[in-house]
Write a protein that binds this ligand. Sequence first.
Ligand code: NAP
Length: 314
Amino acid sequence: MTDAPLYDRLALIGSGLIGSSIARAARAKNAVREIVMTARSEKTRMRVVELGIADRVMATNVDAAQGADLVILCVPVGQSGEVAREIGPHLQPGATVSDVGSVKGAVVRDMAPHLGADVHFIPAHPVAGTEYSGPDAGFADLFVNRWCILTPPDGADPKAEAKLRAFWERLGANVESMPPDHHDLVLAITSHVPHLIAYTIVGTAEDLESVTRSEVLKFSAGGFRDFTRIAASDPTMWRDVFLANKDAVLEMLGRFNEDISALTRAIRTGDGDTLFDLFTRTRAIRRGILAIGQDSAAPDFGRPHGQTADKPTE
Ligand code: NAP
């Protein structure tokens, strides 16, 4: 027997990797009675119709949000404020409005002014994803055993928060709540700076003159290949993440630059102990991640030979 639905109508604004994964998971887990979806372009909306992952596909954000008791924005973070401005006056009283943005402080700042006191605003960030985009990229198991972080504002209704928590748990996620600024600091070091490093190193390899492009591709298994997967992540999404989480990213980059200067010096002066000590400590972090089931110990990300993707990038 399946559990009863938690919400009557879920509106997903944005039908990419995350929106379409929520739709698939919510349907598979009977989390809502009805799913309505929309996207910015006619092309994506048509594709959602073809995929059959929504009960109804609406032409506008307002049409989708009207009459829904749970509205989740699944758009790049730079779009959140504008979408909230559009739908704000049309929301059903008592509805819960949430999002999935990878940055929380800026999203709260941009969305909150457009949402009335009669709706519950509870931002969220499922820390799960891949380097792929669009409605075809989603899958129902994306959130299973991943964390979803809620950042309810002060004074948020505990019942609305508990219900949204139950929704994410129904989709398979573990849920934790924290203030938006703390979320942004944690994600700066665990996700945003690692993406920046991957984008940088792949760009540096691209610019090399003394090593040919075909050599970079051919010998990529030496470590480079793992960076290329992360550096293949969606350019719009990640541009918005760095612009929206500027302060926390700059803080973490400052520390990173200091540490890389210390390592540069250790290499230059032949200080093997410093290198060995650091590499021993970092190995313990990796073992900790495996121990809590957030990655597989299998080599090559546990992919069967020839399979190209699907490790979380966040
Ligand atoms: P995506 O696959 O590129 O999909 C984005 C969707 O948003 C598309 O359907 C797009 O429509 C739609 N959209 C953009 N602007 C819109 C607007 N003004 N009104 C209505 N729809 C609009 O992106 P995603 O990977 O799902 O990411 C969505 C959000 O999830 C981002 O905020 C990101 O930070 C967050 N997130 C991503 C990951 C990840 O690994 N990808 C993980 C966790 C959280 P069109 O297709 O018509 O342009």
